[in-house]
Design a protein around this ligand. Structure first.
Ligand SMILES: *[C@@H]1O[C@H](CO)[C@@H](O)[C@H](O)[C@H]1NC(C)=O
Ligand SMILES: *[C@@H]1O[C@H](CO)[C@@H](O)[C@H](O)[C@H]1NC(C)=O
Ligand SMILES: *[C@@H]1O[C@H](CO)[C@@H](O)[C@H](O)[C@H]1NC(C)=O
Length: 312
């Protein structure tokens, strides 16, 4: 009886001591990092109240490539000094030392390759503990262009509207809205390309069939969690009212004789000018011969038609 009482007593004391002398690495489970900026992986060492003035002996920050693997040491502290850290990794506390329980990791210039799980192991003079935390890298999308192929909008032939995003991360989506709010995304096709640094570029093609063009087409880019990051509205160049379509046979009947008459007048003017300038052409200035060939092309503005020839 007495012996079992003693056992219970010892067990209770051990439990209380364990509770009061724990060492725990507490990390924020999810940290968000922005591409090209600094990222913070927040971890602090918590100790029980019976642990007085703890000292950290070892810190090992590792990047895990899979849940089972050993990991790749990116920042280490042991025997009172820092190991040579991997480029761009440092303690978040600027003058961190073994008395500082904030062992947060700072990544200087966040890249897509930094995305993933990290393990933080801490050994103190009163115990040790290891935690895992995750960095989610994000790069914001924006729309770089919305344009047509073929280049010129021709209502009489099929064409394609193309929307391109700038690079972002993780994989987002492009959507099309026609006029005010008609979702036409289903009619489009999206292509994703990944650059060497891991960022995604999105391209969406929306085919337009002849005679079925609307006034406004909006391309919207959503990030991986479905939030809008950018949009661009493409307005169809409207055919000007009152101005006849230059392609229609009616106008060409009127335009053709006008062009002929116009050319004749310009030709005459040129001939006149050439005649008047003949005496002053081939003027030698700055060691160069400047000669006038105004009529080489009819649409060359008269004042710009001076051609420079180097003197022999
Ligand atoms: C740890 O240090 C970093 C950098 O100084 C700071 O941003 C963070 O808030 C600190 N965390 C805690 C829990 O004190
Ligand atoms: C952080 O990154 C910037 C730009 O990438 C670089 O100029 C700077 O030297 C880096 N700082 C440290 C402490 O590595
Ligand atoms: C998407 O954007 C929202 C709002 O800006 C942001 O809160 C969220 O973290 C972003 N998600 C991703 C995966 O980029």
């Amino acid at each position: 009886m007495a012996s079992s009482g003693i056992l219970v007593f010892i067990f209770t004391v051990l439990c209380i001591c364990a509770v009061k002398s724990f060492v725990k690495v507490e990390c924020k489970t999810k940290n968000v990092g922005h591409y090209g900026q600094q990222s913070l992986l927040e971890c602090v060492v918590k100790t029980g109240e019976s642990v007085i003035d703890p000292t950290i002996r070892t810190v090992a920050w590792k990047k895990l490539t899979s849940p089972e693997d050993e990991g790749d040491l990116v920042l280490g502290f042991q025997k009172g000094k820092l190991d040579e850290p991997k480029r761009g990794y440092m303690f978040a506390e600027p003058s961190w030392d073994e008395k500082n329980m904030n062992v947060s990791l700072l990544i200087n210039n966040t890249a897509v390759a930094h995305n993933g799980d990290y393990e933080c192991m801490v050994i103190t003079d009163s115990g040790d503990h290891t935690s895992v935390t995750t960095l989610k890298v994000q790069a914001r999308y924006s729309i770089s262009t919305v344009h047509f192929t073929p280049e010129k909008v021709d209502p009489n032939s099929d064409s394609t509207l193309i929307c391109k995003s700038r690079e972002g991360y993780p994989k987002g989506t492009l959507h099309w809205f026609v006029e005010e709010n008609n979702d036409w995304t289903k009619s489009s096709e999206m292509e994703v390309t990944q650059s060497d640094d891991g960022l995604f570029q999105l391209t969406s093609r929306l085919p337009l069939f002849q005679q079925s063009t609307f006034q406004k087409y909006t391309c919207v880019v959503l990030n991986a969690s479905g939030s809008k990051e950018d949009e661009f509205t493409f307005e169809m160049p409207a055919p000007l009212e009152g101005v006849p379509d230059p392609r229609s046979p009616e106008t060409s009947k009127v335009v053709a004789p006008l062009v002929v008459i116009g050319s004749l007048i310009i030709g005459l003017l040129c001939a006149l000018l050439l005649y008047r300038r003949r005496s002053q052409s081939h003027v030698i200035r700055d060691g160069k011969i400047h000669s006038h060939h105004c009529c080489a092309g009819l649409n060359v503005a008269f004042e710009n038609c001076e051609q420079v020839q180097t003197a022999v």
